[in-house]
Design a protein around this ligand. Structure first.
Ligand SMILES: [Zn+2]
Length: 131
């Protein structure tokens, strides 16, 4: 099928947009947030963007923000919601070796992995239990 794998492309670091900040803070306030992750989140800037059209962004916390529990190496904190047009949107904050790396905002599960760049309505988001 020659399906293209979505990739994060490096960008000039920038502050998070309001919507990115809202989604990140929502996930960090959830049951799997920790003081270390929240400190990283508070300092994080966006350093990359996904090339597939979805709204996922790569994150870089401040260097002096504390490391979080590394767990098994990599894990995600997720919440599920729907966009104003009724599309399922998953928000996953990826943590790799105790550092925030990506805020994934994925709206392609109902459209055969084609993102339309939709964002969840914040009021619909529900925390997902970590595997
Ligand atoms: Zn993407």
């Amino acid at each position: 099928m020659g399906e293209k794998v979505p990739q994060l492309v490096d960008k000039e670091p920038r502050p998070l947009s309001r919507v990115e900040r809202t989604l990140l803070d929502f996930v960090l306030e959830g049951p799997d947030g920790s003081p270390e992750l929240r400190a990283q989140g508070a300092s994080a800037v966006a350093v990359s963007a996904c090339d597939c059209g979805c709204k996922s962004v790569g994150l870089e916390p401040a260097r002096d923000a504390p490391d979080a529990d590394a767990g098994d190496g990599a894990y995600g904190l997720s919440a599920d919601g729907t966009s104003p047009t009724g599309t399922d949107v998953e928000v996953t904050l990826h943590v790799v070796f105790g550092r925030l790396t990506e805020l994934e905002i994925w709206d392609g599960s109902m459209t055969e992995s084609e993102s339309r760049g939709e964002l969840p309505d914040i009021s619909t988001l529900r925390y997902r239990e970590r595997d």
